[in-house]
Design a protein around this ligand. Structure first.
Ligand SMILES: NC(=O)C1=CN([C@@H]2O[C@H](COP(=O)(O)OP(=O)(O)OC[C@H]3O[C@@H](n4cnc5c(N)ncnc54)[C@H](OP(=O)(O)O)[C@@H]3O)[C@@H](O)[C@H]2O)C=CC1
Length: 444
């Protein structure tokens, strides 16, 4: 039997992980990338127009935690590398494993349609249409800006921009800048603004537990990670450590979060608390309305503002699918262990998750799992079993996390790896049993 041929959409950090695994395991594939180079979000001024990378971007997960398992980051890289180092690392990864020739650059997938026989017709920006046995979607989820919905009432005479457009703060010299949001974009942009702007305001609709990049001289993401320790214990340790170091967010003029530590995507910044403590950034609650050159906040205060930067997150979008086939309303796309679509077993999503940790090593293991499946070494559970598993996982996630479109695909890094390992082993046993019963082909 000939091996199935896969189309990989995107050569960012997830797409190249899939390409590398399929390449190494002898599975045929083509990877399409809109840009002229690999690296996706980590390529500053990426030609594909999709990168959210700004000049001063440093990753907030440590290099040991974000590297692929068999390709460490250079020893002379700092703990939290600059985007240029990360993009160079991805480039070297592709050349080291020798699969650049299977990536077609400056070629976008414009349409992907599942045929009656289950295969995919993929239409490219070149005008060609090619047919594939399987489709791996790795088009990223930090490129389609989410603006406040509904927009704030009133009108604003200054500049309004989304974090996705932000590059550097130089033009804000002498201006009043308002940064909205409590995620990592807001932290970085408010800090950068605070060095040049006349005044920098940070506003949000809820508080956050802001964690530093280091603790005890070690990257924070290497501490309290053991998946064998129950989450409630890890959470308590995290809360205790935070209380002993930064203390209450209210010490910095920030609101008390309406949730416990670990119930929101982590906000990581080694600098924001200092800038708040220096008075270089002032906190405000959410915007109530825009009033020309001023902004009114929900606590009734009004400030003169020249620039508003909406750091309000991103939409999960698949422009190549008909929305009636697959779409993620409010960023929600239920998937079996964040990879397999229960209704379409030859449709995979890679890196479509928000870990407490880095995506890259998870994308690598997801790809190995996909390769197991394509090679017939792994058999999926039945559709109803997958749906039950998905429902169970979602219930736990929605129970733990603050209700928000940013919390629809959260995973704990180490727990996820552990669970995926266990599922791969279960699927190998299923494949063996089905093969013994002579039913394996039907299952695929
Ligand atoms: N240095 C690094 O490595 C960086 C990494 N990142 C990563 O990129 C991803 C995206 O981060 P980011 O861009 O910060 O987006 P996030 O989705 O993480 O955060 C969006 C923020 O905007 C708020 N928000 C959304 N809609 C509204 C609204 N209508 N009114 C008021 N507030 C609103 C959210 O509040 P609520 O919680 O209430 O929904 C939240 O505080 C994350 O994975 C992040 O970790 C980003 C920047 C730097």
């Amino acid at each position: 039997m000939s091996l199935p041929r896969t189309c990989i959409i995107g050569a960012g950090s997830s797409g190249i992980a899939t390409a590398k695994v399929l390449h190494q395991r002898g599975l045929p594939f083509d990877c399409y990338e809109k840009s002229d180079r690999v690296g996706g979000n980590w390529v500053h001024h990426n030609k594909n127009g999709m990168s959210a990378c700004y000049r001063g971007l440093y990753i907030n997960t440590s290099k040991g935690r974000m590297a692929y398992s068999d390709f460490p980051m250079p020893a002379d890289y700092p703990d939290f590398p600059h985007h240029s180092q990360i993009a160079a690392y991805f480039d070297r990864y592709v050349d080291h494993f020798g699969f650049r020739g299977s990536i077609r650059f400056e070629t976008a997938v414009e349409r992907a349609v599942r045929r009656a026989d289950g295969r995919f017709d993929v239409t490219l920006s070149s005008g060609e249409t090619k047919t594939y046995d399987a489709l791996a979607v790795a088009n990223g989820h930090h490129w389609d800006p989410r603006w406040p919905e509904p927009a704030f009432p009133g009108h604003f005479d200054g500049v309004q921009m989304h974090a996705h457009e932000y590059d550097e703060p130089d033009a804000w010299k002498g201006q009043n800048v308002l940064v909205l949001g409590m995620g990592n974009s807001a932290m970085d942009i408010a800090v950068e603004a605070s060095y040049v702007a006349k005044k920098t305001f940070l506003a949000s609709r809820r508080g956050a537990w802001i964690v530093p990049k280091h603790m005890f001289g070690r990257p924070l993401d290497t501490i309290i990670t053991d998946a064998r320790v129950p989450f409630r214990i890890r959470r308590r340790i995290g809360e205790t450590l935070l209380a002993m170091t930064a203390g209450s967010p209210t010490n910095y003029g920030l609101p008390m979060p309406d949730h416990r530590f670990g119930s929101a995507h982590p906000t990581i910044s080694g600098r924001i608390l200092d800038r708040l403590a220096h008075g270089a950034i002032e906190y405000r609650p959410n915007i109530e309305r825009l009033e020309g050159e001023r902004v009114r906040f929900v606590d009734g205060r009004v400030e003169d503002v020249d620039v508003i930067v909406y750091c309000t997150g991103y939409k999960v979008t698949f422009p190549f699918f008909d929305p009636s086939f697959v779409s993620a309303r409010d960023n929600d796309l239920p998937l079996f262990r964040r990879v397999f679509h229960p209704a379409y077993p030859n449709l995979f999503f890679v890196g479509l998750l928000q870990p407490l940790g880095a995506i890259m090593p998870l994308a690598e293991v997801q790809s190995a799992w996909i390769a197991d499946y394509l090679l017939g070494e792994y058999a999926l559970p039945s559709r109803s079993e997958m749906e039950r598993d998905v429902a169970h996982e979602r219930e736990a996630m929605f129970d733990r996390y603050v209700a928000s479109p940013r919390h629809t695909m959260q995973v704990d890094f180490d727990d996820y790896l552990l669970h995926l390992d266990a599922e791969r082993a279960r699927g190998r046993r299923r494949a063996r049993d089905l093969r013994a019963e002579g039913r394996f082909a039907a299952a695929r």
